[in-house]
Every structure is written in C-alpha cells, then in structure tokens.
Design a protein around this ligand. Structure first.
Ligand code: COI
Length: 354
C-alpha cells in the first residue's frame, strides 16, 4: 500500500490501460497512468506527490530551459514469472543520479526517498509492466531547474519527476556505427560522466550526419586525439578481442553504465577474461583485419545488448562476422535477460522485487 505519510496521492479517475496494447510496444511513446513529482524550494525538497501523468506548467523563464541544468536516468522493471515486478540494480542509478546532480550544481536526492518514490509509483502502475519478450517497464527519473530567473547561476528551485513507459526494444535489430573523429562528446573536466541532458543534445547533429551516411549510431572517440573509443550515442560499448571482453574504461569522459558493468561482471563470473582499458581505434581496425575482433555490441538500459554488425572507420567500413556465429554476446545476453526476468540465477542480488 502507498505510504501516505511520505507522499500525497492523487489517482487517475480511470486507468488508460484498457485501451492499450502492451504486446506490440514502441519505445518511449506510451506512458503509464501516473507520475511522481516533487519540488525543491526554500532550500529543501517539499512533499512529493503521485499524480496522473500529464503536462506541467512552467515559466518561460525556467532556468533549466536556458542554462541546461537538467539531468536524467534510465532504469527498467521486469515482469517476473510469478506476476511480480522487479527492478534491476536501482541503487546504481540512484547513486549515479546524485553524481550527475553534484556535477551540475543541483540539489542531491535522499537515496531512500528516491527508492520509495520509485517503488510506490511502480506498485501503483504495476499493470503497465509488459511481459512479452524484449519488453519491460522503462523508468525515467529526471530533474531540472524551474526557477523563473534570467542570469547564469544555479537555480533555487527544481522539479524532480519520475514517469514510466512500457517499452519494446530500443533498437529493432543490429546497428552499424561510425567512428566519429571530428565532433566530441566529452572532454576531460567536462560533464561526460554525468547524465546531463545537454550531452545528448550535442550528439544529435553528428548522429544525424552519420545517419545520412548510412549508419545508425556513432562511436565517440576521445576529445584530445580522437584515437581512443569512448562510448556510442545511446550506450556503452564492448568488444570481443582475442576471446576477451574489452570495454573502454569509464571515468571523466565515459558514462559509468549499469548494463555495461553488469555484463562485464556476469562475463567474469562465467570465467571470461575482461579488460576495462583504453581501446584504440587502430587496435580495433587491426583486429577486424586479422580476425581478432569477433564481436562488438552496445550495452545500455534502453539498448540492452545491441549487436554492432559493421564499424565505419576513417578510410572504410568493416563488417564483423555474422551475428549468428557469435559465441559470447548471445550467452551473456540470455544470462542477463533471465536474471532480470527472474528466470535465472542472480548471483549478485541485483534483482529487487517490488
Ligand atoms: C538509457 O539507456 O536508459 C538511456 O538513458 C539512454 C537514452 C539516450 C535512451
């Protein structure tokens, strides 16, 4: 039951779910009945409310719209075989949210309160969690500066909101990625490790240019020399090189992905050697030519695990071996999927049943 003392509750008069087809879901355009909303003002978070999902009133002078104080997270909940719903490693996202908030000079969230808000919202809209293959309940917590003020300084008012969407796969199939050696996603000392809205805005133009050239996504390289792979537009990346799982090390300029970490830890648990380190573009190119590079895939909450079938290097595209021949990613993908859906072993205690 809802903890009434913690949050106010204004339920919808009538659920929209009866009109929904949760079997064939797009990504990100179907929204569950309710949202959680909480305002930061007078130096503290005010009473939160669970209310019908819907538009918000906002001043045109809301600072977040002008100076980009806006951060978000992506999480998922999964239907379990007994009908229950489980979150996947929610505390990782909550902690990362606070790291982003700290970087963007925004107020931190109490971790326990965040988890309670999330849990209560999902309990109320539990029926919106689909159970089809590849589907889940995507959760979008975000915070933005809402104080009406013109002038560059941290806002004194913020809104924290969580809404949820039943979703199907983000990518419908394999992707082709272009190694980006002109534009930059993140520089040392910048905001690359934060899930800041502006990081994604800056990626849109280079991604559109890559699309025009026939790619689905870009592979960002480092800002200094454009010689080392960092991450892809909507996900981290992992390569299978000489039978080892190799992923660019996270840090200042690479988002510390929860799915990335989960895949690497599951692989290590399976006895697969993993390396988190700098990955040179030249090393990948040589690996593709020699056959040492056998698999490449994106890893992210939205993307889950997405095979990369071809890489566009400066100087030419290289196709990877056909995905049907891959030995490692399909195994890890099944392990992760089964774990999240309560069908397999959970050796790390990552599943949090609501
Ligand atoms: C996620 O994987 O959840 C993300 O936030 C990526 C987003 C760009 C869809």
């Amino acid at each position: 039951m809802l903890t009434k003392t913690l949050f106010d509750f204004r339920p919808v008069a009538e659920s929209r779910i009866t009109a929904m087809n949760l079997k064939e879901l797009p990504f990100g355009s179907v929204f569950s009945d309710h949202q959680f909303r909480m305002v930061y003002s007078d130096g503290k978070w005010q009473q939160g409310v669970i209310e019908p999902f819907g538009d918000m009133m906002l001043s045109p002078a809301a600072m977040g719209l002008h100076y980009g104080q806006a951060i978000f997270e992506g999480m998922k909940a999964f239907r379990q075989p007994d009908g229950e719903v489980a979150l996947f490693r929610p505390m990782e996202n909550i902690r990362r949210f606070n790291k982003s908030a700290e970087r963007m000079s925004m107020p931190l969230m109490d971790e326990g309160l965040f988890l309670s808000a999330l849990t209560e919202l999902i309990k109320i809209d539990k029926n919106w969690t689909p159970d089809g293959e590849g589907s889940s309940l995507y959760i979008r917590p975000f915070m933005f500066a809402s104080e009406p003020h013109v002038g560059v300084r941290p806002s004194e008012e913020y809104r924290f909101v969580i809404f949820t969407c039943p979703v199907g796969p983000y990518y419908k199939g394999n992707v082709r990625v272009k190694v980006e050696t002109f534009f930059t996603r993140a520089a040392p000392g910048g905001t690359g490790y934060a899930k800041a809205a502006g990081n994604y805005a800056a990626s849109l133009k280079p991604t559109a240019m890559a699309r025009d050239e026939g790619y689905d996504q870009i592979l960002w390289t480092d800002a200094v020399e454009h010689k080392f792979i960092e991450e892809s537009g909507t996900m981290n990346v992992v390569f299978v090189l000489d039978g080892k799982l190799v992923s660019p090390a996270t840090g200042d300029t690479v988002l510390s992905g929860v799915t990335r970490d989960s895949v690497l830890r599951l692989a290590a648990y399976q006895g697969i050697e993993i390396e988190e380190r700098k990955v040179a573009v030249s090393e990948l190119k040589a690996g593709a030519a020699s056959g040492a590079l056998t698999e490449a895939f994106g890893v992210g909450t939205a993307a889950t695990m997405t095979p990369i079938e071809a890489i566009g290097f400066p100087g030419g595209d290289v196709a990877l071996p056909p995905v049907e021949q891959w030995q490692i990613m399909p195994v890890l993908s099944k392990l992760l999927d089964d774990l999240r859906r309560g069908k397999g072993e959970d050796p790390f205690g990552w599943r949090v049943v609501i």
